[in-house]
Ligand binder design. Structure first.
Ligand code: LIP
Length: 265
């Protein structure tokens, strides 16, 4: 084993410090986000996103100056997968944040040798904190969490999202999958923070999540939290999901994984 539990605990501790500091800063601007810029027709970035990412990277760099960063707002992905790569979404749910819709989070994942080994997700509005590393189970506010054991789709609460490019020519609009899920599950939710949705699968308050085109920072930390809570994160064919692929991602408890993939795709 390359990394000791002590090393991984230290990464988590640092990630938690960074996520909380950025999250507390963001709260001052919730629903009134300073300057808002459009990255695309509907994809927003606020000055708060940029400042939160700066806060996070500065805190991590002060302990690990040689590490790399791949964040939503500022960085370029390094070419080597050998590097220690922190994958950061300073505000996952920027549209919600800008509108004052109460669902957003700070997401920090650490990859080493191309594998996610540590994850921290912090929801500033509730102070809920989710963590996991490769040698620990997933936790919410320090307590171990597990995916649900629901067996049937019709008993399942499922969650999805519509990526920004759904409006574009050639973009995947997810309507076919949405319609199938609507008719075959108990209910569907769409609340605009993919990483929070992954945490809901991990803690067992929802059974499945799917979306297309997500960026690596939307998935990195949440995927590890699902897996270390006993869930599965995969492609529609059940293969391991590459967070940089921008294809379909399906996350669920183990019992309904085949069923949700077969239903949707
Ligand atoms: C957003 C996601 C949301 C998804 C959007 C977008 P951002 O992330 O978390 O759930 O549906 O397509 O990716 O841009 O707010 O960090």
């Amino acid at each position: 084993m390359k990394h000791t539990k002590e090393e991984l605990d230290r990464y988590i501790e640092l990630g938690v410090k960074a996520a909380k500091e950025a999250g507390e800063y963001s709260l001052k601007y919730f629903g009134k986000p300073k300057k808002v810029t459009k990255k695309g027709e509907v994809d927003l970035v606020t000055e708060v996103d940029i400042e939160c990412e700066r806060i996070i990277t500065e805190i991590i760099k002060s302990s690990f100056p040689n590490h790399f960063f791949f964040g939503e707002e500022t960085s370029k992905k390094p070419s080597s997968s050998e590097a220690h790569l922190w994958v950061i979404d300073p505000i996952d749910g920027t549209t919600n944040f800008a509108h004052g819709y109460p669902k957003y989070s700070v997401s920090i994942g650490l990859r080493i040798d191309g594998q996610t080994v540590a994850a921290v997700v912090y929801e500033p509005l509730t102070k809920n904190l989710y963590t996991a590393h490769s040698l620990s189970p997933s936790r919410k506010n320090g307590e171990i969490i597990e995916v649900s054991n629901t067996n049937e789709l019709i008993d399942s609460l499922v969650i999805t999202g519509f990526y920004y490019d759904a409006k574009e020519e050639g973009g995947v609009d997810n309507i076919e999958q949405f319609s199938k899920a609507l008719k075959n599950t108990r209910a569907i939710r769409r609340d605009g923070s993919a990483v929070m949705n992954l945490c809901y699968i991990a803690e067992g308050c929802a059974e499945a999540f799917w979306e297309h085109s997500l960026q690596a920072w939307d998935v990195c930390a949440g995927a590890l939290i699902v897996e270390k809570a006993g869930g599965i994160v995969s492609t529609p064919k059940g293969q391991p999901y590459d967070i940089f692929s921008r294809g379909w991602v399906v996350a669920s408890n183990k019992n309904i994984n085949d069923k949700i993939r077969t239903l949707l795709f």
